[in-house]
Design a protein around this ligand. Structure first.
Ligand SMILES: *Cc1c(COP(=O)(O)O)cnc(C)c1O
Length: 823
């Protein structure tokens, strides 16, 4: 049985799938049973409390499906996983701590690959849901398990402990992340230590004295026989003593005396490496050369998937640094989110170090390829090639990356979503390079995980404590999704099942439809010339005036007439529903309260025009000085909607709040909210600023560096006169890219390798000069214009504008690259 908890990941042959209907903060898995049944799923775990009479009646229709009724599906999944774990008598390493869990896990897997067949958590699957799914991978051929556990609230670790049941523990360190769930740091440490209550051995760093104290005072009492293996870089009493000088490491302990060269020198990596080395030495001793050889093979762990624009209208999913089986399914899930491309292609290297027999492994990969409905598979590597027979007949195989580059006809890839995934040794970045549309030096990187985080933040704000939210969410993707890239952002929103999208103009909506977006879309400024387009693409107009309403009425009548005149049924489309905009004080678009009687009368005469929603917009939602005015707008809005409902005889969905309003006026949520700038990482009400994550990073490069003497000038009109001898760098970004001209002459500052450098002279169309005298920089280096460390709000403030203008001003010639970090 394959366990499935996310209905969106159901593809291919589903007869073997067991679906767990889980009720979460944002979704209720029970809502998708019908859909999954129709796709072929026959085994379900459902929750008794979720089975309303209506749902029960529905389930009775699925005669050939099996339903297991439990109180809580997640708990049931965890119980099954714990029982699965009990079947294995192999060493299992459990890792927890605030930072480094994933890296320590991945590195240990790299270091121990020659000795063990390892099952490990994919990426950072370490949650209440991720851990059972990770442990379920344990199979007979495995000889070692490595799993990570992460918690954000008290009481969560007990369940994870029962599922992982580590024989060896690693406690990495303790930081401040997720502090909010815990009363004190102590409590956080104590809770994490519960992972080790049955472990035989625990590895940790003695230099973290608060962790050491808690282990000795609390954990030892519960698990007195546990062996503590410690290390220290600062001369603390420890099993292994370490000294570091640059990249030279001296490690002494019971297994010997090692002088090693480290491949990394930053403190976090050194700590991670030491956890790994000490853990390796638990299993056996190594001679220095053997240890050094393995250490030198360590590679940085990239958990990032990058989505890039490819040649021939392809979209590339770049996962060119990893290749393992668990990660493959995750990458395929991401590939499946790409709508609007006609084909799906997977380019995959040999999978290294799986510990499985070749034929089992490649049969399993081929199964995944088929289950995910991949149109074309390309395998690269000698092992892959000799197992070609296991794959679909139209697959292509190459012994090496060079052979692929020499022989594969790149132009044959068109209009496809292409996943490029390979083990590091195959240098698949060369393939990505070939398939990627060339980008000029300036790139806007959009972090999809941050977008998801922000969406969830606002969803939490509108969810009621007594169950899943009744308030719907419309997301504004106007103006190229606030500059972030409409199609990609909309795909993510569709994946996360928001209720509505909104754009400013019809053509923005058309482009979303052409990219496979099927969510309902509201068009805020629908010119009458575009009505036919709206009908054709199923886009719903905002109606803001009697003039526009009458125009639509005429259009609707003409359409109805033409259908009557023999337009074949298959070509007749349903007339889209309408959205009424009420002007309650913004005085931009919308019906005034005084116009309601006329509006209602018209709608009563034209009952075929259906109103989906009615809405208004607050003029000062983000500023408390306008609270009284906002309240007045709300009251006006209520009066208008009540009159409208009475006149129509039904109740359209009502919505009022934008991002700032969601945070500041929880009482005005009504039936739906409209999320805008907050999704893109700016908390405009300034009340809960750190709750949202920055989404965009605008980067460019240094094209040239030169020394200019005091008294000389830089740029047009000789504006940048220097008062000192300076090193001046020319950047590949100008006002045509959206780097505002007002940022010139020292007003704007950008990050260059950790130093803030001011602009010099006027910003040009495609270039800008900065003073890098204080920075250490070379031609070709990266420069950050804004990003997580240089907030866009700051940039906006420097030129007296708002982040909205900066974001939407980034021109479309700047390539957008989408990255996904975690699971
Ligand atoms: C743009 C827009 C929003 C979103 O506003 P934010 O401040 O970005 O959250 C909401 N409603 C309407 C009518 C809009 O035009």
């Amino acid at each position: 049985m394959i366990w499935l908890t996310d209905s969106r990941q159901a593809t291919g042959n589903l007869s073997d799938v067991l679906f767990f209907a889980i009720r979460g903060e944002h979704h209720d898995g029970h809502d998708f049973i019908d859909d999954l049944y129709n796709k072929g799923v026959r085994h379900f775990v459902v929750e008794t409390p979720a089975l309303t009479p209506a749902r029960l009646a529905k389930l009775a229709d699925y005669a050939d499906a099996r339903f297991t009724e439990v109180d809580n599906s997640l708990t049931h999944l965890q119980t099954l996983a714990a029982a699965h774990r009990q079947q294995f008598r192999i060493p299992v390493i459990g890792i927890t701590g605030s930072n480094g869990k994933t890296i320590v896990k991945e590195w240990l897997a790299q270091l121990l690959a020659d000795d063990f067949a390892i099952a490990r958590s994919p990426r950072s699957y370490n949650s209440q849901l991720g851990v059972p799914l990770s442990v379920q991978q344990l199979a007979d051929h495995h000889t070692l398990g490595i799993f990570e556990a992460g918690i954000s609230r008290p009481q969560e670790m007990a369940a994870l402990e029962a599922i992982i049941r580590p024989t060896i523990g690693i406690f990495t360190n303790i930081g401040t992340a997720h502090d909010e769930g815990f009363r004190t740091r102590r409590q956080k440490i104590a809770e994490k230590l519960r992972l080790f209550i049955h472990a035989q051995t625990l590895v940790y760093c003695a230099d973290h004295t608060d962790i050491a104290d808690e282990i000795n005072m609390v954990l030892k009492a519960v698990n007195p026989d546990m062996r503590l293996i410690t290390w220290s870089l600062t001369g603390q009493n420890a099993t292994y003593k370490a000294h570091r000088n640059g990249n030279r490491l001296h490690l002494t302990g019971p297994r010997g005396d090692y002088h090693l060269t480290l491949p990394f020198t930053d403190p976090a990596s050194v700590e991670n490496v030491l956890h790994c080395l000490v853990t390796m030495l638990l299993f056996r001793s190594f001679n220095v050369d053997a240890l050094q050889t393995r250490l030198s093979r360590l590679r940085p762990v990239s958990m990032r998937l990058e989505q890039k624009e490819g040649i021939n209208n392809c979209v590339l999913i770049d996962d060119s640094y990893n290749n393992d089986l668990a990660g493959l399914q995750l990458a395929l899930n991401f590939l499946n989110q790409q709508t609007g491309r006609s084909g799906r292609v997977v380019i995959l290297s040999d999978v290294l170090q799986s510990g499985q027999s070749e034929s089992d492994l490649y049969a399993q990969i081929s199964g995944l390829i088929e289950a995910n409905l991949i149109d074309r598979f390309v395998g690269i590597g000698p092992v892959m090639s000799r197992n070609a027979g296991l794959f679909p007949p139209n697959s292509l195989f190459y012994e090496t990356t060079d052979q692929f580059l020499a022989q594969f006809s790149v132009s044959a890839l068109r209009d496809s979503a292409v996943l490029v995934k390979g083990a590091r040794t195959f240098s698949f970045e060369r393939i990505v390079n070939r398939l990627q549309r060339k980008v000029h030096g300036t790139v806007l990187e959009i972090n999809l995980d941050a977008l998801t985080h922000n969406l969830n933040y606002y969803r939490e704000r509108i969810s009621r404590t007594d169950g899943p939210s009744a308030t719907k969410i419309m997301v504004m993707v106007k103006a190229f999704a606030y500059g972030s890239g409409s199609a990609e952002v909309a795909q993510l929103l569709q994946y996360h099942r928001v209720d509505y999208l909104a754009v400013a103009y019809a053509d923005e909506g058309v482009s979303l439809r052409q990219n496979g977006i099927t969510l309902p879309i509201m068009v805020m400024n629908p010119a009458p010339e575009t009505f036919a387009t709206l009908l054709e693409y199923g886009l719903e107009p905002e109606i803001y005036s009697l003039r526009l309403l009458r125009e639509w009425g005429l259009f609707a009548a003409a359409v109805a007439g033409s259908y009557g005149q023999g337009v074949p049924d298959s070509q007749s489309k349903d007339l889209p529903n309408l959205h009424l905009k009420i002007d309650t004080g913004m005085h931009r678009l919308g019906f005034l309260e005084t116009e309601m009687p006329e509006l209602i009368a018209y709608l009563q005469q034209h009952p075929q025009l259906r109103i989906a929603t009615v809405f208004s917009h607050l003029a000062g939602a983000d500023e408390s000085q306008f609270n009284a005015f906002s309240q007045q707008q709300y009251q006006t809005f209520l009066r208008c909607t009540e009159a409208l409902e009475a006149g129509l005889g039904y109740r359209p969905v009502r919505h009022l709040l934008n991002s700032a309003g969601i945070v500041r006026f929880p009482d005005y949520q009504l039936d739906m909210v409209r999320l805008g700038i907050g999704l893109y990482g700016v908390e405009s009400s300034q009340t809960d600023v750190s709750a949202v994550r920055p989404v965009g990073t605008l980067r460019t490069v240094v094209s040239q560096i030169k020394c200019v003497l005091a008294g000389e000038s830089v740029g047009y009109s000789r504006r940048g006169v220097l008062d000192h001898d300076a090193r001046i760098a020319t950047l590949a970004i100008g006002y045509a890219d959206g780097f505002d001209r007002r940022l010139g002459n020292g007003v704007g500052r950008v990050w260059v390798n950790g130093t803030l450098c001011p602009t010099v002279g006027s910003v040009c169309m495609d270039m800008t000069m900065i003073d890098v005298t204080a920075a250490s920089v070379q031609e070709g280096d990266e420069v950050i214009i804004f990003g997580p460390d240089l907030p866009i709000t700051e940039l906006a403030r420097q030129i007296n504008t708002i982040p909205y203008e900066v974001l939407t001003g980034i021109s479309e010639r700047v390539k957008r690259v989408f990255v996904k970090e975690g699971n």
